[in-house]
Design a protein around this ligand. Structure first.
Ligand code: FAD
Length: 474
């Protein structure tokens, strides 16, 4: 078994196959495992995450993967989400002792940045999602913004509620993201189950989450090779016959899982093969969206909370890395390291790093008064122009996999047809699905994919009723 790519998709498929007793050889281009969800050393020796990564309670497969590989204890869970608006008002979202989907209703009612008409409109739209036990039929094939307009959401509700959650969750603006994805996020994270919205933040640098993967693969006689870039997948008579490296070496196996980003997959396959397979050629139509991370080191503490979500600003999240995973070795006692995240950061792509740092510091000065007197010791900007695929209403037409028309080639990656946006959960799901196909073809069928958190309370009732209605109408 050959797996190309040591991101979450490749690692989850490799570990699952190794646990089933198969010999896996995993090849990763870079020095570290983890792909986009990794960390690395800067030239000055600082170890930084390739942007903050968080998970949610509804990410059941990622949770399963971290448990299998011994990384679950490295995730710190938070039951409270903190928000700060332009007027300095702080809101907290936490669950009341009520059954789903009512558990967050009191927090929404108290949320200081919304007006009563905003709250009423939001409840009306959330009811439409609950009534259908997930994305309502009118959410298919439209953008989230169109859906919100259809459900008469005032500008305050759009800007200070829907946009705040969805731009980060989908890494896309509301006028480009599909309402199917947007309403699904609300159903799975905020409505179906009381635990869905809990936020998990790694308490170690990201690369340290994957140490158990190597052990699992090697235990079954396999290997992980880093700094091993596959140059080409060789195809003969409609099958993959080997993975060719720059040095000419050819690695061969019965099955190949390509767990690389979709543009990298297209580069791995001969052009003629891509042209012959419409599903592969269609991947050229899949769009991508950017994320920008800003790392700031201050000479003293400027923030008390573990993280803050900002409303009405370019900066969407501030993570207090010193509090979340302790001071790294290169950081002196008393200094504080913050990481800021801007999802769907189209407007920042053309700006210089200096301009981005200035913008970020100006916004921080308004929300964290302690930054006025603190000295900024160091700053780094990481722009990822193709951070994730863009979950537009058309995206599902181009998302494919895990199986392809090439019988021994399986696809994995957050961009494959998982139904999820470009997330770590989507990547692990894709890895498990590719492994399931291989195991079935090897005569060892087994189910690896974990179910979503089950709808509970009133949410379960509505979900069941909606399913029954759908069955009757079909
Ligand atoms: C800045 C940023 C912030 C994010 N924040 C979050 C978040 O908070 N929560 C969340 O759930 N998701 C987040 N994501 C998305 C998440 O990182 C991805 O969805 C997930 O990591 C994708 O995993 P993957 O395995 O599908 O792809 P990748 O992580 O891209 O892995 C593919 C691997 O293949 C390797 N590769 C490519 N070509 C070759 C080759 N020719 N030979 C060998 N190896 C090759 C690459 O080096 C890479 O390691 C974020 C992404 C970014 C960029």
């Amino acid at each position: 078994m050959i797996v190309i790519g040591g991101g979450l998709a490749g690692l989850s498929s490799g570990v699952a196959l190794a646990e089933a007793g198969l010999r896996v050889r995993l090849f990763e281009l870079r020095q570290h495992l983890g792909g986009r969800a990794t960390s690395y050393d800067l030239p000055d020796g600082t170890h930084v995450d390739n942007c903050q990564h968080v998970t949610l309670g509804c990410c059941t497969n990622l949770d399963d993967f971290f448990r299998r590989t011994g990384a679950a204890s490295k995730i710190r869970w938070f039951d409270r989400l903190y928000f700060l608006d332009r007027r300095g008002q702080r809101g907290i979202i936490s669950a009341a002792p009520l059954p789903a989907p009512l558990h967050l209703a009191p927090a929404l009612a108290r949320f200081p940045s919304l007006r009563w008409e905003d709250r009423r409109a939001i409840l009306r739209a959330l009811r439409a999602i609950v009534r259908h036990g997930g994305p309502p039929p009118d959410a298919h094939d439209v953008t989230m913004l169109d859906w919100l307009r259809r459900h008469r959401q005032p500008p305050g509700a759009v800007e200070r509620f829907w946009r705040v959650v969805l731009v980060s969750a989908l890494n896309e603006e509301l006028d480009r993201a599909s309402a199917r994805y947007g309403t699904d996020v609300f159903w799975k994270a905020f409505l179906a189950h009381r635990e869905g919205f809990r936020m998990g933040v790694p308490s170690v640098p990201l690369a340290e989450l994957y140490t158990g993967c190597r052990r699992a693969i090697e235990r079954a006689g396999g290997e992980i090779r880093t700094r091993a870039a596959v140059r080409k997948l060789e195809v003969e008579h409609g099958r993959i016959v080997g993975a060719r490296f720059d040095n000419g070496e050819l690695a061969t196996a019965d099955f190949y899982i390509a767990a690389v980003p979709h543009d990298a997959l297209l580069a791995l396959l001969p052009e003629a093969v891509v042209e012959r397979h419409a599903e592969l050629a269609g991947l050229r139509r899949l769009q991508v969206s950017p994320i920008t991370g800003v790392h700031l080191l201050y000479d003293r503490p400027v923030m008390r909370e573990p993280f803050l979500t900002l409303l009405d600003r370019t900066v969407q999240w501030i993570f207090n890395k010193t509090l979340l995973y302790g001071a790294p070795a290169t950081q002196k006692e008393g200094e504080q390291y913050l990481q800021l995240v801007v999802s769907a950061s189209y407007d920042l792509l053309a700006r210089s790093r200096q301009q981005i740092v200035e913008l970020a510091c100006a916004e921080l000065a308004e929300v964290l008064p302690a930054t006025h007197t603190a000295r900024l010791l160091k700053s780094t900007v990481v722009k990822e122009a193709a951070a994730t695929f863009s979950p537009t209403p058309e995206a599902d037409r181009w998302r494919v996999g895990p199986a392809t028309d090439i019988p021994n080639l399986l696809l994995a990656g957050d961009w494959t047809a998982t139904g999820w946006p470009g997330t770590m959960e989507g990547a692990v799901r894709s890895g498990y699905r590719a492994a399931e196909v291989i195991l079935a073809r090897c005569g060892q069928p087994r189910s690896l994919l974990r179910a979503d958190l089950p709808a509970e309370g009133l949410a379960a009732f509505f979900s069941r009723t909606s399913r029954n209605r759908q069955k009757e109408s079909s």
